[in-house]
Each structure stands twice: as structure tokens, then as C-alpha cells.
Ligand binder design. Structure first.
Ligand SMILES: [Zn+2]
Length: 158
């Protein structure tokens, strides 16, 4: 049986914070605000897997009210979710995602993000797609006030 899942995530950007995406520290003027390390891409992919399995969302598994998760590496959430998925007998077929960020350009970092995610998802790097788009100067993304990520995953239990 195939299951499809969708996830999205948005974080506010401010100066003096780290910008982490797909486990990669991106050199940037502004970083993302969040309870954990605010890795929007990893959160969106985690939510997509939970969604495919109808297991709720990242907030129901890792509450932002829980002090345990303060400044946590978001790969902890993704790894836990992959374990839940495997317990249910599923594996990831592929992931497609888009990051919306005005700057900096993410191209130099994309392959390292894909590599990091492929390892945790236990799939080949060519099954992990990460696209990057700017906000064309419009809205919170374009005005450099936010970073957003969206992801879809396909799971299989055969
Ligand atoms: Zn998030």
C-alpha cells in the first residue's frame, strides 16, 4: 500500500539567530526563531511522514511547551518519526520539497541537505528533492521576515 503525506512549516527570521535547513548551517544575516533549532525543511518533512501515516503532527509528538526540545537538533524529531514509520512497516519511496527564502541563495547547500536527509530517511540521495524559491520581494518571505518549507513524501509498505 502507498501512502502520501504533505507537510509545511514557517518560521520567523531575525538577526542574531542561526539559520539551519536540512541539518546544514547556512551563513545568513538572519536566522529562524523557534523552540528547537527551527529547521523548517526538516520540520516539513517530519510532518509529511506523520501525515502519510495519519499520526498527527510534529507538535503533537514534540510539544513546543516541552523544555526537553528547547534548541533540539530537529534531526532528533525526524529520526524518531522514521522509527515510528518503520514500526508501522513503511519505508520512504521519495521526498519532494521546496524552501521559500528570499536570501541567501541556497544552491551551494542543497546537495549537503539532500545527503543529510537521505541518510536519516534511509533512501538514496536521488530520492530526495529540495528546491529553493525566493518570494520575489512579496509578503513575509520576500520581505525577509520568514522562511517557509513544504514537502510531500510517498511511503510504501510492500
Ligand atoms: Zn518548524
Amino acid at each position: 500500500m502507498f501512502r502520501i503525506g504533505f507537510g509545511n512549516d514557517i518560521h520567523k527570521l531575525i538577526s542574531g539567530k542561526l539559520l539551519i535547513l536540512g541539518g546544514v548551517k547556512i551563513p545568513a544575516d538572519k536566522g529562524a526563531v523557534g523552540h528547537s533549532d527551527a529547521d523548517a525543511l526538516t520540520h516539513a518533512i517530519t510532518d509529511a511522514i506523520l501525515g502519510a501515516l495519519a499520526l498527527g503532527d510534529i507538535g503533537s509528538h514534540f510539544s513546543d511547551k516541552d523544555a526537553r526540545w528547547k534548541d533540539t537538533d530537529s534531526f532528533v524529531f525526524l529520526k524518531h518519526t522514521v522509527e515510528l514509520m518503520k514500526e508501522k512497516g513503511f519505508r520512504v519511496i521519495n521526498v519532494d520539497s521546496t524552501i521559500n527564502l528570499e536570501k541567501p541563495k541556497l544552491r551551494p547547500f542543497i546537495d549537503t541537505m539532500r545527503e543529510n536527509l537521505a541518510k536519516v530517511l534511509e533512501i538514496e540521495i536521488n530520492c530526495v528533492s529540495i528546491k529553493a524559491k525566493t518570494g520575489e520581494g512579496l509578503d513575509a518571505i520576500g520581505e525577509e521576515r520568514a522562511i517557509k518549507a513544504e514537502a510531500v513524501v510517498l511511503l510504501d509498505n510492500s
